[in-house]
Design a protein around this ligand. Structure first.
Ligand SMILES: Cc1cc2nc3c(=O)[nH]c(=O)nc-3n(C[C@H](O)[C@H](O)[C@H](O)COP(=O)(O)OP(=O)(O)OC[C@H]3O[C@@H](n4cnc5c(N)ncnc54)[C@H](O)[C@@H]3O)c2cc1C
Ligand code: SF4
Length: 349
């Protein structure tokens, strides 16, 4: 029996799980495939986070430091798990750096992959320089300057298109990505703060600023920052003769065609399953649900179980999730992993 926990993935979920396990006094082996810790908010350069308004590098940076400073956590960066043998309480794992370890439980915080806007070619990404994704726009906000990539001019109008790669049955993405409405209303305010002369339009099917985010983001963006919300179905983004972008579609409230010139168009990209999930399913012997996210086990008495005993899963690996919830999943998994290991040790004694 081993009472060490393996945590795979060092995003908000994995960092929270590792800190949780370490705080109970158990050893953690943390394996991250990238060379930096922090997950999507750091790897993709998010600007100020929803809902705290803190810069991602500061907020997630604190989570990284807490784990790096813990004497109970051994970190393997640029590393993957290549083999898992054994069973709950006594797994032998082999890492891509050739090392092996004996662990009692395994926590997967392997997250998601951002939707690739190339899969929506009619909306201009990859064709027109001034069509960006939310992560690219957040990186621009991080520089403190809003400018059109094509020629550096200050944009008069920015359009944010919601649900790009989400709620789209045509391309097999049926799910709502949960956080992109809130992120987009926040982004509109950030753009206005830096560039007050720029008008920001949000094109939407529905606005889903869930829970307490309704007044803090949707209403604030509309009332204080004058973001214009247009209920529309966008057909295509093309370029006009003067080099601006034309957003064409139908205003679904008045049922009329619209063609509006824009300087920058932002795709509010959604959350796809981690593209490595088929590989993770093989290595860890776990199931995937029909869209390709990791499948849950029984949740009412065995929360955060995967379909393999002793392997737990949470955060955006399970489906689109926000950071606060992912952090809670991480802590809950730490509790599950340590509790179940203790029960196995007691049973063996
Ligand atoms: C455009 C956009 C903006 C967002 N902004 C916000 C926001 O402001 N506020 C908010 O609450 N949420 C936001 N989110 C959601 C947020 O990104 C997620 O909630 C969060 O990243 C989930 O954390 P995670 O740790 O589960 O996954 P991730 O952040 O994806 O972390 C997973 C980690 O696992 C690693 N990994 C993956 N596969 C392997 C493997 N095989 N082996 C080893 N390591 C592996 C990855 O490299 C990564 O470090 C946003 C999402 C999008 C799409
Ligand atoms: S959160 Fe908003 S933008 Fe994102 S998929 Fe859901 S409805 Fe669309």
């Amino acid at each position: 029996m081993s009472d060490t926990v393996l945590v795979v993935g060092a995003g908000p979920t994995g960092l929270s799980a590792a800190a949780g396990v370490a705080s109970i006094g158990k050893k953690v082996i943390l394996v991250e495939k990238e060379s930096v810790l922090g997950g999507a908010p750091i790897l993709s350069g998010y600007a100020k986070l929803v809902p705290s308004g803190e810069w991602a590098k500061d907020a997630i940076g604190r989570m990284v430091k807490r784990v790096e400073d813990s004497p109970n956590v051994t970190i393997h960066k640029s590393t993957k798990v290549v083999k898992v043998e054994g069973e709950a309480g006594n797994f032998t794992v082999t890492l891509s750096n050739g090392q092996t370890a004996n662990v009692g439980s395994i926590i997967l915080g392997t997250g998601f992959t951002h939707f690739d806007s190339i899969n929506k070619p009619e909306w201009g990404f990859g064709t027109h320089e001034d069509v960006l994704t939310t992560t690219q726009m957040e990186q621009m906000v991080g520089t403190g300057k809003i400018a059109c990539p094509s020629n550096g001019r200050v944009p008069e109008r920015v359009a944010i298109l919601l649900c790009v790669g989400s709620r789209d049955r045509q391309i097999g993405r049926e799910w709502c990505s949960k956080i992109c409405c809130t992120v987009s209303t926040n982004l509109a305010m950030e753009i206005k703060e830096i560039s007050p002369t720029t008008e920001v339009f949000i094109y939407y099917m529905d606005i889903r600023t869930f829970g307490l985010y309704e007044d803090k983001f949707y209403w604030k963006s509309q009332e204080e920052f004058k973001t214009k919300f247009v209920k529309a179905r966008i057909a295509e983004v093309t370029k006009s003769a003067d080099g601006r972008l034309l957003v064409k579609g139908e205003d679904t409230l008045v049922k009329r065609p619209i063609v509006i010139p824009m300087d920058i168009v932002v795709h509010a990209i959604g959350m796809d399953p981690n593209e490595e999930n088929p590989e993770l399913a093989k290595v860890f012997g776990i199931g995937l649900e029909k869209h390709g996210f990791v499948d849950k086990g029984e949740q009412y008495t065995s929360s955060f179980s995967s379909t393999r005993r002793g392997v737990y899963v949470g955060g955006a690996a399970l489906g689109p999730e926000d950071i606060d919830t992912s952090i809670s999943h991480g802590l809950a998994m730490a509790m599950r992993a340590v509790g179940d290991m203790n029960a196995l040790v007691q049973k063996a004694a």
